[in-house]
Design a protein around this ligand. Structure first.
Ligand SMILES: [Zn+2]
Length: 276
């Protein structure tokens, strides 16, 4: 699944490659998939996208906003899989959940892996969507300061009884993070996934803040994670330190064995010696 750095990478590439292109035809999927969230019928989507021009895309959390001017915004969110740009005369993927052909014969397809939103809104309405409306501060924004993280930790509604992994991955408390990037954040902060947030010392909280901001920035600068592909079908440049390939191998810090546990709806990879 994409996390913020993958959406940010797609955004940057869309702005290089798609901005200013005019749509000849927009189509929803050719492959039924009950976990794709659409808000338009096939006919509506085709009618409303025809003749529109791609504006400047932006990403926030796990959402990608693509203005289709005048008047509309395409919203892709909470998805994984492939969002691909195709030069003229490329082969159309067999299965897709969205395909947009431009007047210069280039096209864009999106195929989600598990679930995800592919929705079209009148401009402004997208801000009212569940999970977009009221989204908390994200680590890519300057407002995500150490003091801000402390308010999340200290607030009984968000911090109390939560563990470090829970703080990073549950309830959209820190939008844009997911189970993949959370592993490396916890390793860098030297915290076990089950460490109780209420017990963080000021130094540990500061290390966690630094790990969140630095990891998000580094993965974004490297074009996303190695196990995801970008708009051009190229793998991202960020190789995770703590993932399934690390299990049973020496920890990069202490040489101890990296372990795997199942916890909070996903696998955790961590070093029991380094991460308290
Ligand atoms: Zn270690």
């Amino acid at each position: 699944m994409f996390e913020y750095p993958e959406f940010a990478t797609l955004t940057r590439q869309m702005n290089d490659t798609l901005q200013g292109k005019r749509i000849r035809s927009g189509q929803l999927g050719n492959s039924p998939h009950k976990f794709v969230w659409y808000n338009r019928s096939h006919d509506e989507f085709e009618r409303l996208t025809k003749g529109k021009t791609v504006g400047e895309a932006r990403a926030k959390g796990k959402w990608l906003f693509v203005p289709l001017n005048p008047g509309y915004v395409l919203l892709l969110g909470e998805c994984g899989g492939k969002v691909l740009y195709h030069p003229p005369d490329s082969q159309v993927p067999k299965k897709y959940h969205l395909a947009i052909t431009f007047e210069d014969d280039t096209f864009l397809t999106a195929t989600t892996q598990m679930w995800g939103a592919m929705e079209l809104y009148e401009r402004g309405e997208e801000q009212e969507r569940q999970y977009v409306k009221g989204m908390r501060t994200t680590p890519a924004e300057p407002e995500f300061t150490f003091e801000y993280l402390c308010t999340l930790i200290d607030d009984p509604a968000t911090g109390e009884k939560r563990t470090a992994k829970g703080l990073l991955t549950q309830d959209q408390l820190i939008p844009g993070l997911g189970n993949a990037i959370a592993q490396d954040i916890l390793f860098r902060a030297r915290l076990s996934p089950k460490f109780p947030v209420a017990d963080l010392s000021p130094d540990q909280a500061r290390a966690l803040h630094r790990a969140i901001v630095d990891t998000v920035r580094e993965v974004t600068e490297k074009g996303g994670r190695y196990d995801e592909v970008d708009l051009y079908g190229q793998r991202g440049g960020y190789e995770r330190m703590m993932d399934k390939n690390a299990v049973g191998r020496p920890c990069p810090e202490c040489g101890g064995e990296v372990k795997k546990i199942q916890y909070l709806g996903g696998s955790c990879y961590f070093c029991p010696s380094c991460q308290v």
